[in-house]
Every structure is written in C-alpha cells, then in structure tokens.
Design a protein around this ligand. Structure first.
Ligand SMILES: C[S@@+](CC[C@H](N)C(=O)[O-])C[C@H]1O[C@@H](n2cnc3c(N)ncnc32)[C@H](O)[C@@H]1O
Length: 271
C-alpha cells in the first residue's frame, strides 16, 4: 500500500488503509501523521482541505461544489462535450481507449487523476488496471461522491481525495502516471499546479493531458470570452507548450481535434 505525504509539514508519511478504496463498505475515520496532523476520512473520501474550501474562488470552481452539477456532469455534459467542442464524433469509449493506449507502455503502480471530478479517467484506469493504486484528486466533495457512486456500480477500487492539486499529498518522484482531463483550463494557478505535478511524477513518468485551446472561429471566440469571467481560460497551443516545458515536461504525443487537445507529457527532470 503506498504511503502519502502529510501535506501540512511535507516530511512525514501518512499510512492509508486499503479498505478506503472498497466502496462496498462506508469507511469513516482519521489519518494522522507523526506530528499529529489529522485528516478526516468521511464516506471513503480522504479530506486534506478545510470544509467548504474553494481554492481559486472562481465561478467554475464554485459551481463544482453543487450536488446538481456533480450528478449531471457526466451524463449531460462530459459524454457529449468532446464531440461538441471538437466538431467531430468522439465517444467516451474512444477517449478511454486513447488514454489507455498512450499510458500502456509505462508502469502504473501509482496513478493520480488531477481534478478528477466524477472520475471518468480514474475509473477508466481502475477498470483496466485493477492492481494499480489509483487516486482521484478534486476539491469538490459532491464530484468525488459521484465518482464513488459510479465506481461502486462497476465494483472498482480507487482512493478519492479532497485535496488541492497545488499541494499534492505525495512524495517527490512517487507517481508513475498522471491523468488530467480538462482541469488545466480551470486552474487558478496553472504554473504552480504543473510544477507540483512534475515534483510528484517519477523521472520518465508520463502525464496524459486533455485541454481546450483558444478558438480560431468568431463564434468560438465569443463563447470562450463569455467563460473567462467564470475562471476558465483557453491558452494558445504555444502558451500551453511553454508552461508544460517550464514545469519540466516534454510533449511526446499530440492529437488535436478542433479546440480539443490530447497530449502525452513526459517528465524530463532527472531523479
Ligand atoms: C473540467 S473538470 C475535470 C473533469 C474530469 N477530469 C473529466 O475528465 O471529466 C475540473 C475539475 O478540477 C477540479 N479542480 C480545479 N482546480 C483544482 C485544484 N487546484 N485542485 C483540485 N481540484 C481542482 C474542479 O473541482 C473540477 O471538478
């Protein structure tokens, strides 16, 4: 069982129980580091944030804390979004296949989904690799509850964690694979999160990224401009590439469909 890093003092390990990832039983308790920092576990969600903490404070991030957003997110939006946004037919199954094929050659002992929401990527990896330890990170409890509900229907196991991606509870070089679907566009401090992702990723570890770039069409520009005040940003490809490179990543694969970009980033930092 992997140990986590206490996100408060960033020195001591936190031991977590495998039963937390078994959704057949409701797991409640507390984990404590050697310096007595305590983190509650409520209904299988390990909580590293104070209650009602909305890092970034944007409308997009705030809306993710409503149960109605969480319960409709995947059925109403996520399953159609890539098709709508790219203007091409692209099902969730095709997206899952792309993700699995790109991470296939790499070790997957520890996989972390950054901004998991309802855990589409988390569940995709947990289903295909039941011996991996998969962590779903989000700061929205309702989103993680929905991830658990969907995961338990398929008898999947993973660790839901309420945490800030800018302060990940993992040691340096601990994670084999990161997956991050659409979260980059909603980060209030993308540079800090990318650096943190790079810190926890093993040298030569990979990150599967999906994000939206700046639209070229007039209607697309109007649509995206309307979302800017809500805290969603749409970088030009060059800007995203620069941010990834500055954080220590190299882009090794790209598939672009309209404004939707999938990329595989490799950690170029040596251990
Ligand atoms: C676009 S949604 C992610 C969708 C999901 N990855 C998928 O593939 O369906 C962005 C999610 O990231 C979460 N989020 C944004 N910033 C975060 C941060 N700094 N730390 C943790 N979660 C964050 C939000 O709560 C939201 O659920």
């Amino acid at each position: 069982m992997p140990e986590l890093l206490c996100p408060v003092d960033r020195r001591h390990p936190l031991h977590i129980d495998r039963e937390i990832s078994d959704f057949n039983k409701s797991f409640n308790g507390v984990i404590t580091c050697r310096d007595a920092h305590e983190f509650p576990i409520k209904s299988n969600i390990i909580d590293f944030l104070p209650e009602a903490h909305y890092p970034g404070g944007s409308i997009a991030n705030f809306s993710n804390h409503f149960s109605i957003t969480a319960s409709t997110y995947e059925t109403q939006w996520r399953k159609r979004s890539i098709g709508w946004l790219s203007g091409q037919d692209f099902t969730l199954q095709e997206e899952a296949n792309l993700l699995l094929s790109w991470i296939d050659p790499y070790p997957k002992n520890i996989v972390v989904d950054i901004g998991a929401s309802t855990g589409f990527y988390t569940r995709t990896v947990a289903k295909a690799h039941s011996d991996s330890s998969v962590f779903a990170i989000d700061f929205s409890r309702p989103m993680l509850e929905e991830a658990i509900r969907c995961g338990s229907e398929d008898q999947l196991q993973f660790y839901p964690m309420r945490a800030d991606a800018a302060r990940l509870p993992f040691f340096d070089d601990q994670v084999d694979v990161l997956v991050c679907g659409g979260t980059y566009n909603e980060l209030s401090d993308p540079e800090a999160v990318l650096q943190e992702m790079n810190r926890v990723l093993k040298p030569d570890g990979v990150c599967f990224m999906m994000y939206l770039t700046k639209a070229e069409s007039f209607s697309g520009k109007i649509f995206q401009t309307g979302l800017l005040p809500g805290g969603v940003f749409f970088p030009k490809s060059k800007k995203a590439a620069r941010q990834f490179s500055q954080a220590g990543f190299e882009i090794t694969k790209t598939r672009s469909m309209g404004i939707v970009t999938f990329q595989l980033l490799v950690n170029t930092r040596s251990g």
